[in-house]
Design a binder for this molecule. Sequence first.
Ligand SMILES: NC(=O)c1ccc[n+]([C@@H]2O[C@H](COP(=O)([O-])OP(=O)(O)OC[C@H]3O[C@@H](n4cnc5c(N)ncnc54)[C@H](O)[C@@H]3O)[C@@H](O)[C@H]2O)c1
Ligand SMILES: [Zn+2]
Length: 350
Amino acid sequence: MSEETLFVGPGARLKARAWTRGLSPSGRVALVSEPDVWRRWGKGVERALSFAGLAVYRHLLPSGEAAKSWPAVAELMDGMLAAGLGRDAGLVALGGGTVTDAAGFAAALYLRGIPWVSMPTSLLGQLDSGLGGKTGINLAGDKNLAGAFHRPRAVVCDPEVLASLPPRERVSGLGEGLKYGLVFEPALWRWSVENLDALRAGEPRALARLVARGADWKRRIVARDPHETKGPRELLNFGHTLGHALESAAGLGTLRHGEAVIWGMRAALRLSVGGAGLSPSFALEADRVLAGLPVPLPRRVEPARLLASARRDKKARAGVLRFVLLRAPGRPVVRPVAEDAVLRAVAEML
Ligand SMILES: NC(=O)c1ccc[n+]([C@@H]2O[C@H](COP(=O)([O-])OP(=O)(O)OC[C@H]3O[C@@H](n4cnc5c(N)ncnc54)[C@H](O)[C@@H]3O)[C@@H](O)[C@H]2O)c1
Ligand SMILES: [Zn+2]
């Protein structure tokens, strides 16, 4: 599948002529969003699409995880069919990770697949979930169990839309943003730490820079491993083995994804000292930075549940937990980790 083109920058959402190039021979697109994002940003994007000469069928998914369900995706596809969209139509997804996951999944399925553009509006989306072509929905209360790889033709990250993001969502996105510095680019980590107050306050220039660097890292890694089979993409999962486990052990919806990743990275830093030779002073310094973010404490989590969840992690082999650890900032490695070490790290943190 061809590689996605990244459009990053203030006002990018309005330059529809550029990011819809070749999207739809018939000049027809479904614009898919959810009520909260639509209210603030929908009309502007819809107008930009019209000015670019496209006829728009508008569809709103339910807000939050409810979008990532069979009924919501079926209703979207029924609507597209009723509107007469054919295989020569395109789709534009405007919203957080729930919208880009569900609408991208519909684009993968509809008439066996139509091209789409991902326009993530949350910080998490612009740094992670809106890029990479993993689309999908939840099944029976468990996350992301049905899905498809369907790369968008273009990803449009406009930092201006982050202005309306609730502070908690900003912190959740920062979790993913800090990950890129720790795992891939020590200079970005140092810059993020120095600018953490501005990032937390939603200062547009700081957010724009973090998004530009982070989105580019994600795109580069995905290009080397588009279907998550070869390894490099595994490294994006720093903080995610325990993060996902905490997210589900704490009860879905209790912790935001990026908040759980912040806990997961704190554990991974601790495990990196013994398991990969990370310097204790760096682990301590990074832990202090992460601990300074306002992240809720997960409810008391049962160690057995946590481990059961962690064993379902994609990286686990023959029941042995494997973690992305750091030998040093910017030098990740995947290593097996004993379960009692994981429990010790969690007990130290919580
Ligand atoms: N496909 C992937 O590779 C991938 C990776 C990580 C996470 N995910 C998925 O992404 C989802 C989480 O993403 P999310 O945190 O963006 O969730 P989300 O879509 O629920 O958005 C979070 C909240 O922010 C609001 N919001 C979004 N943009 C806004 C804006 N500009 N202004 C005001 N409010 C705004 C939304 O209405 C929502 O209430 C999860 O379902 C997760 O499984 C997917
Ligand atoms: Zn993530």
